[in-house]
Design a protein around this ligand. Sequence first.
Ligand code: C2E
Ligand code: CA
Ligand code: CA
Length: 671
Amino acid sequence: MPAVDLKTYLAATMRLFRVPEDPDLSRAQFDAFSKQIPLLYFILISNTIAVAYTYVNVAPDWLTMIVPSVLTLIAGLRTFWWLRQRGLVRSDADILRNLRATNWMTLPIGAGFTIWSFALYPYGDPFAKSQVAFYMAVTVIGCIFSLMHLRSAALIVTLIVDVPYVLFFWATGEPTLKAIAVNNLLVSGAMVTVLFIYYRDFADLVASRKSLLTQQAATQALSDENFRLANLDSLTELPNRRRFFAELSSAFTEAERRHVRVAVGIIDLDGFKPINDNYGHSVGDRVLIEAGRRVREVCEGFGPQRVEFARLGGDEFGLVVCGDPEDADLMRLGQRIGEQVKLPYQLDTAHTGLSCSIGFALYPRSATTSEALYECADYALYHAKRHLRGRTVIFSSELEAEIRSRGVIENLLRTSDFGAEMELVFQPIVDAMSEHTAGFETLARWHSPRLGWVSPADFIPAAERIGLIRPLTQVLLTRALATAKTWPDHIRLSFNLSAHDVCAAEGILPLIAIIEKSGLPPHRIDFEITETAVTFDFVRAQQSIATLKAMGCGISLDDFGTGYSSLSHVHRLPLDKIKVDRSFVADINENPVSHKIIKSLAGLCDDMEIACVVEGVETRAQLDTLRRLGCDFIQGYYFAKPMPGSAIDEYLAKERERLDGDAARAAKVVA
Ligand code: C2E
Ligand code: CA
Ligand code: CA
């Protein structure tokens, strides 16, 4: 046999006696051992005691008492050690080390028992001698069985006991004992064969279980990943809407069970749309990501309540505040979020001026289901956006009353007779320099038999919500045109259109038919459209505006500065007038910001050759400032409150008188 072959052969043989390095196999072996080894020692000890007992009167004490006691003590300690292993969690290295120790421990223990047996043997009579032979044969079979899971240990025991055994009993020359020796040799051979087969199957089983587990783990990882993606917003990598509602419903159930408070919050970014419109979507996306990151940081650092945060879509985010929050906690959270969102954004273009409005609703105060709670938060947000932009609003009993009254208005509006209950009033729009009335804006009034006078600020949005705005607009426009036909030719009519009028699928054909039927020349009509209406559906709004424009009507952009203050609309629409919102006028002489805004808007209108109309002028001082700033038209209580159509003739006559008188006085002064 060549040297190399011999070496590999030897190495392979040595490997048979070593514990292989396979963490999963070792773990399985260790598990099996912790159950079987105590059994092994039980066989060993009980058999040993039986033999010692037979020899107790014939052999010396040290052989029948001391040695068995020491061997039993060792066996007992090992049993105890193994019994303690059952519940313990061990590392792979630890397990391998222990198995190796056990493996090699079989050598001295096996040798010890074998030597002890042979030492006793000479003291016995033939019966006692055959008990030793029996003891050794049976015990070794029991041990091999118990050590099946660790082949190396079973082999060591077989060798250390059976080789001396066969040699020893063969050497006695006694035919019965020789027969036992041969017998044991054959049985051991068979046992070793069974051991090899069993051990191979066991190792295979462990390996296949491992691959099954790996497969399961891979499937689990994949499904975890799918779950993660299905619950993640792809842009901001925040939890998404689906996750938010799952979180909300579980937090709600938990709060119900524990009788504690839970809150829902909805955040809406103020001024996000113009960023998207003016700087493009990629800048918009970056702002969303950054704003999301900042709010997440606030939520993660917030305490003692736990805050879940998600992106609901667009520029809307959701919060679930668990852990019995109070109003003060919600306000504190809202304020921190607001502060973070307001900080400047690193854009190459410009300062964004972003802020956010937040609506909260608290269980159990405001709702009994999670859906209703969300609705309340949504209403609180709506309220914040309308009246307290950039602030936090918690849903309250006042808001609840407001919702109820909204519901009442909607219901009464459904059954109202527009022809009988709706009226129009008219407010002059005056040329800033000449102070001549240039036209009248029509404003709707509803006299409800149940509620009395209802403000258009309440019933127009209600009509929009319940889908009645378009028939209402048609009734109002028909009336407004009829009234305007009675006015002098140079007086224009301004008429408000809602988003639903300009963005309707069938376009504004019904309105065009009404204009044509009225006989009032279209060039005497201005349609007022809010920025919000335009942003609602820009393409449709643009088409409607183009059609009206083509007929000869004028277009005014209403409430300018309150909506998304997006200048892009001014550039992209064929506008004739911009109406600056009255909120800027109120403090024009006190607040430098308002002054600046109106100044720059007037400048913008001048550049673009669009007329600038300023609403809500109530004092002479405001008028003087606006004149200086170059505003073209003025509307407001300073000149007149909205009046019924029947009052217009008299109003115009008085104005003529006043202006004629002024002109005469001026002529006198000049003369
Ligand atoms: P708007 O189009 O901005 O109308 C101007 C509002 O400001 C009117 O309120 C008017 O009465 C008020 N106003 C005028 N001058 C002054 C002033 O000097 N000081 C103050 N504090 N207020 C002044 P109104 O009539 O309550 O209308 C509210 C809103 O309802 C209107 O705002 C408009 O958006 C909507 N609206 C009114 N009539 C109609 C309509 O026929 N159709 C549509 N779609 N909307 C309408
Ligand atoms: Ca208006
Ligand atoms: Ca307005």
